[in-house]
Design a binder for this molecule. Structure first.
Ligand code: NAD
Length: 263
């Protein structure tokens, strides 16, 4: 407990799977947490849940934000100015659109929407985080950007716009880590495996064949859980990871290291 004591943290996509689990752990570890999401009603449910499971949480607030809109992201980060400035941002909001497909069938508007949220949203979050760290004279700051294992290994069940967007997240995170290392600002990318969250599970539905196409590649034989990602994010957010910078932080049960899965 207390691993994030007094740190001012923002989580985007906070109403969903990884985001909400991370907010809960951040609050348990003593952080002040701004929950940010595009959906107001989902945010209200999320903060209610957070308050019920962490009754002694420090400062908590919500902010409706579309991460693809620069003015929204600027306002979100300015929200924590009155808390003493930002210490940690988890740029986690992302989409995987149902119409995303291969090179032939992906509609251009789905490509553009995916890049706007998954890539531009991470750029805006990183940009205003650096400006806030500097404004408040912070000597350290941690930015964690959600990528995916599909940025590391190819998938024969393609979502080309999504895969490209997550590759961009890895590349921009690495470069930001180098640009700001001497200021004490760390940037790491989280690479989750396919998870038991609505983003993927709603898309798979009860299609057994689609599920099997994925499950056969998991060394552990199961999808990951959002809480397993959140545990890694707490580490990357905290000072325990002070010498971890510019990494593709893979939390995938060994999936991307596997040639043949165990029987
Ligand atoms: P989720 O769908 O449960 O949560 C995503 C949240 O982002 C939702 O609450 C949604 O309202 C919000 N959001 C969507 N568009 C937004 C926007 N424009 N601005 C602000 N918020 C927006 O998904 P999750 O599984 O928790 O995914 C979180 C992140 O993890 C995403 O970036 C996703 O790509 C990534 N990821 C997920 C998986 C998986 O299998 N679920 C695997 C690898 C990576």
């Amino acid at each position: 407990m207390g691993r994030l004591e007094g740190k001012n943290c923002i989580v985007t996509g906070a109403a969903g799977g990884i985001g909400l689990e991370t907010c809960i752990l951040f609050a348990r570890e003593g952080a002040n947490v701004l929950l940010s999401d595009i959906s107001g009603p989902a945010l209200e449910k999320a903060i209610e849940k957070l308050k019920s499971v962490v009754p002694n949480a420090k400062k908590l607030d919500t902010k409706i934000t579309d991460v693809s809109k620069e003015a929204d992201v600027k306002a979100m980060i300015e929200h924590v100015d009155s808390w003493g400035g930002l210490d940690v941002i988890f740029n986690n909001a992302g989409i995987m659109h149902a119409d995303d497909a291969d090179a032939i069938d992906t509609p251009e508007k789905i490509w553009d929407l995916t890049q706007a949220i998954n890539v531009k949203g991470v750029w805006f979050g990183s940009k205003y985080a650096v400006l806030s760290f500097r404004k408040h004279g912070k000597k350290k700051g941690s930015v964690i950007n959600t990528a995916s294992v599909v940025a590391l290994v190819g998938s024969a069940t393609p979502q080309l716009a999504y895969t490209a967007s997550k590759g961009a997240v890895l590349a921009l995170t690495r470069e930001l880590a180098m640009c700001h290392a001497r200021e004490g600002y760390r940037f790491n990318a989280l690479c989750p495996a396919p998870l038991n969250t609505p983003l993927l599970q709603d898309w798979l539905g009860d299609d057994a064949e689609k599920r099997h196409r994925r499950e056969v590649h998991f060394p552990t034989g199961r999808f990951g859980e959002a809480i397993e990602q959140a545990q890694a994010v707490v580490f990357l957010a905290s000072d325990e990871s002070s010498f971890v910078n510019g990494t593709d932080f893979v939390v995938d049960g060994g999936m991307s290291r596997c040639y043949i899965t165990p029987e």
